[in-house]
Design a protein around this ligand. Structure first.
Ligand code: 6PG
Length: 295
């Protein structure tokens, strides 16, 4: 398919519309790979925050395969999470599990991702990408659960880990990650920042979030402060499916209060939105005219 090159209106992010979820995953993987490669080239290290839900799985699959497995300087990459659920690491609801299984799986046996003593080395035929084990920064939720500590403990400890990593800070004092991948919920949440969230009023970098009652999974969470998305060099939102079309249309309609529509935070210049056709179906025509369609 020939891509139609749009030109994003001033103050708007770049929007790319792909035919289907696999094409959107390939496009997102290429954006992440380029951002990580550039960061390692320019600063010797790359900090990537990934997401949960179903969206990242296809992206991990592409990144774990050629050409990205060999092309990205994985030894310089740090992986963080924008949010996680307060469940054990082997629980299917864990946001870490898919990353470990699909992107990092088995790498411990190659000697590049540690010994596997902490559970990252899995039985699998294909080695994952060689991110050094100590650079995979899962939220310490398994530790909290194991030691009978609350989500607030995991949040404080994760903030301490982020501070020790020595990332540059923006003017407001938030860490600048190189790329933050987010999915968006049908209610307009990103990270675990739901409509009406109290996270905006707490400057802590990492916060415990009570289990949402309006959307599944209804489990307690730990999330980054939403302003960390804004501080990042590249916010990357990826959405698939018809059930996201109304949310996408809302985000790109008249600006709403971010407290009611947290996903609006990623509608800023320099951000990239990758949508499949189903998710883009109800985009306002003026915004669609500025999108890159088909590639
Ligand atoms: C979480 C996520 C969350 C997710 C969206 C989209 O832990 O719930 O990090 O913010 O990205 O809910 O989820 P899907 O990709 O499954 O649509």
């Amino acid at each position: 398919m020939t891509a139609t090159r749009g030109s994003a209106a001033a103050g708007e992010p770049e929007i790319r519309i792909l035919p289907d979820p696999p094409a959107a995953s390939r496009a997102a993987a290429a954006v992440i790979a380029d951002a990580l490669t550039a960061a390692v080239r320019e600063r010797g290290v790359a900090h990537w925050s990934t997401t949960g839900g179903s969206t990242p799985v296809g992206i991990y699959r592409v990144l774990a395969d050629e050409p990205f497995r060999d092309r990205v300087p994985w030894h310089g990459v740090h992986i963080w999470w924008g949010d996680d659920r307060f469940v054990p690491r082997d629980d299917p609801l864990s946001n870490v599990l898919a990353c470990v299984e699909v992107l990092l799986g088995g790498a411990g046996r190659g000697g590049l991702s540690g010994t596997g003593a902490s559970g990252f080395a899995l039985d699998g035929a294909t080695p994952g990408v060689p991110v050094p084990f100590e650079q995979v920064h899962a939220m310490p939720i398994a530790e909290a659960i194991g030691e009978g500590r609350p989500a607030s403990w995991a949040a404080a400890r994760y903030e301490a880990q982020l501070r020790v990593a020595g990332l540059p800070l923006d003017a407001a004092g938030y860490p600048i990650l190189d790329v933050i991948l987010v999915g968006v919920g049908s209610d307009g949440h990103l990270f675990s920042v739901f409509p009406g969230s109290a996270t905006w009023d707490d400057p802590a970098w990492v916060q415990a979030v009570p289990a949402p009652t309006h959307i599944a999974p209804r489990v307690e969470r730990v999330t980054l402060q939403p302003r960390i998305l804004d501080a990042s060099r590249l916010p990357l939102a990826v959405l698939h499916g018809a059930n996201k079309a109304a949310t996408v249309a809302r985000v790109f309609g008249p600006r709403e209060d971010l407290r009611e529509l947290p996903a609006g935070l990623a509608r800023r210049p320099g951000a990239i939105w990758i949508l499949d056709e189903a998710a883009a179906a109800d985009l306002p025509a003026a915004i669609r005219a500025g999108a890159i369609v088909g590639g």
